[in-house]
Structures are given as C-alpha cells and as structure tokens.
Design a protein around this ligand. Sequence first.
Ligand code: AMP
Ligand code: MG
Length: 427
Amino acid sequence: MSDSAVTAPNPLAPKRPLLMPLAQALESLLTAAEATLPPEPVTTMDADGRVLAQDVVSALQVPAWDNSAMDGYAVRCAEVSEPGAVLPVLQRIAAGEAGKALQALTAARIFTGAPVPAGADAVVMQEDCTVVNACEGGVRINVAPTPGQNIRRAGEDVRKDAVVLQKGERITPAVQGLVASLGLNSVLVARRARVALFSTGDELVMPGDVAPQDMRPGAIYNSNRFFLASLLRRMGCEVSDFGIVPDNREATVSALRDAAQGHDVILTSGGVSVGEEDHIKPAVQQLGSLDLWQIAIKPGKPFAYGLVNRTDGSPCHFLGLPGNPVSSFVTFLVLVRPFLLRLQGQRDVAMKKVAVRADFAWAKADNRQEFLRVRRNSNGGLDLFPNQSSGVLTSTVWGDGVVDNPGGRTIAVGDMVEFIAFSDLLA
Ligand code: AMP
Ligand code: MG
C-alpha cells in the first residue's frame, strides 16, 4: 500500500483503507481495558510484578523512633563542643533495645539501628572516639559533633497515615520491601489476566515435530508462539496455549469459541489481513464483533480488536496480531502490552522514551510511524540493524530497543531520536 493514506484522503484517489494513527488505536484499546480485573489478596512475598488494587496507607511512622545510623557514642553536642572531651559511658544500647535517658555529662555506647536515648542529639561514630579507662568505661570524643549527626529521624522514611503507594502501581522488589516495612503481610492486587494464545497458518510447524531437513516445501517453524507466550507471562498473565489453528473458517471459529471460555483475552497471530486465507475477521464477526484496523506503523499495520462472546453471552477480549514475526513482536509491545497492563489495573502504561543520538542515517522516510531496531553502542549513540524487514527476527535479538521515528522523518547521523529500550517494556 502507498503511504500517502495517512495524510488527508484525496477524493479522486482509488479507495483504500485509511491508516489509523497508533495513538488513536491505543486510546481505543485502553478504553476497552478500563473495566479491570477483580482484586484478590496476595502475600507480600509473592507480590512481585502484580498491580496494587488498593492504596497502601501507613499505620505507623518509619522509622518508628530516632535511631543511630552508626556504631558509636550518643552524646549531647553542647557537652562536647571541643574535640577531646572525655565522658563516662553509663549504658550500652544495641539494635532491638530501648535505652534510658542520657544523663548529663555522659555518653551512651550505641549501635546501628538502636534507638537514640532521650536527651542525646548526636551520635559520634566510633572511628572518631577513643576508649579510655576501659575498666571504668569512658570515651574520648575526638571530633566535636553537630546536632543531628548520624541520627535517622523518626518518620523520615514514611509518615504515619501517609498514602505510601497508590492503587494502580506495579509492585517491584523495592515496593515489596517498603510494604513489609509497614508491617503488611499481604496486599490486594488485580487478578492476573487469563490469556488464550493461538497461532494461525497452514504453513506452521512446531519445532521438534519435524526436523529441519524433513520440512515440506513452504513450511516454516512457528516462532511467534514462543515469544508471545513469554511476553504474555512477562506482563503478568496466565497463558493457555491453544497451539496452531489451520487456515479455515470452521477451525478458526471452533478455536475462538473454546478459547473464550475461562479466559479474559484471546491473542492470535496471523490471518488478520483480508486475503482469502485470512479467516480471523469473519470468524470473530460470527461469534461477536470485530474492529479491524490498519495502523500507521511499520512494522505492523494489520491489527484487530474485538469481542468474542462466551456461551453464557459474556464477552472475551480478542486481539489479533499480524503474522510476520517482527510485526507481531512490535505490535505486542506498542499495543498489547499497554492493553494487558491496564486490564490488570496498572495506571502508568506509557512507553518510556529517551532522547539518544543516532549514529546512523535513515534516508528513506516512511509515512507510517516506524519502530527501527537499534542497539546502544559504547559511545552513547545508537547503531541500526541493517535489515529492517518485518520478517527478520534477528533484528529484535541483535537490537536492545527501537527508535520511535515519526512518519515522514528522515534521520541524519548525529540527530537526537526517541529510543525505547526493550528492557523497559519487558520488566
Ligand atoms: P499472515 O499475517 O498470516 O498473512 O502471515 C504473514 C507472514 O508471517 C507469513 O509469511 C507467515 O508465514 C508468517 N507467519 C505467520 N504466523 C507465523 C508464526 N506463528 N511464526 C512465524 N511466522 C509466521
Ligand atoms: Mg497466515
């Protein structure tokens, strides 16, 4: 197809589908994902990667009391304003113990994490002190402290009643630690999305079923199934693999009908164009409704969203990806990923883009928004994979991300471009 279709249509031009901007497709998908999955409790230990279905409010302040950031001696600054002051040490406070108030003109031996005794206003680290009179217990303070020194203040991490985490935040290992520090052993999260996956195509063969030397002419191995299943799991989904569905209407209808039962989403690859061998469109329409979009992206373009009705009449989301492996990979990242994250309650689903210098030229602009497979080099710039064909899966392995290149833009060496790291999309 010519790329002029993204600009205003010429009424005299032959009829061809208008390409939809990616942002518009994304908006429709995110709206469809808005009715999020029901919440369920999960233990803090098992919460990594889940999405909070509740605000987390702190029932206490963290730390609960002023405590020492060092092993050393708790003192009153006013009593040790000159280096070399000697004080008797009347108490020893280890982590987990509560000391007594600091008597005038004394020091307290104190360890990291132990509560600072009332009356003390600084901790002098032990490296700045000399033990004197070991039997009677005294210490020389060699460096005059300043008020507050080496004291971690009560509430400096979290204040009581503060909303520490908000509904819709994705739980990371750091979040798990913070939740645990509030004394919470479990949190409410959105249920995982249950996704049924199948690939369409009579040409597809599963690796292991036929040896490479025995492949019939025209047959290819099913590669999409592997990366799509793993991408789905990285998005926190439970995956049911429905295998390969042949290119005919009955098989496609039957697979869709089965897949809708017990799943929130059906994800397919292949068969979403409108050729005679593309059976997804009529099959989804038979069982529900379908929006077939031609999206103004490269690679990508054909993409389908629809609803497949279950036997009880309730609808299951349907997402159809193009069959070309790189198109499938890219449309997953730019459309399916945000849809699935939002369905599971995640608030922020935007792709993180950073400006990076292109150490390559891209002379031929395309009217579609392009996702060029690139790799960061050791000079802080980006190198381009030489073959950007939508069938060349090597580009996604060699690359560590894509350049999001707006339609119609050429790139000169040294230009700043928008880089999206795969690692930011997969975590
Ligand atoms: P389709 O979207 O069904 O027209 O397929 C477009 C291209 O992608 C064809 O060359 C297919 O053979 C190829 N293809 C489709 N599905 C897969 C798959 N699961 N794994 C690898 N290649 C595929
Ligand atoms: Mg096909």
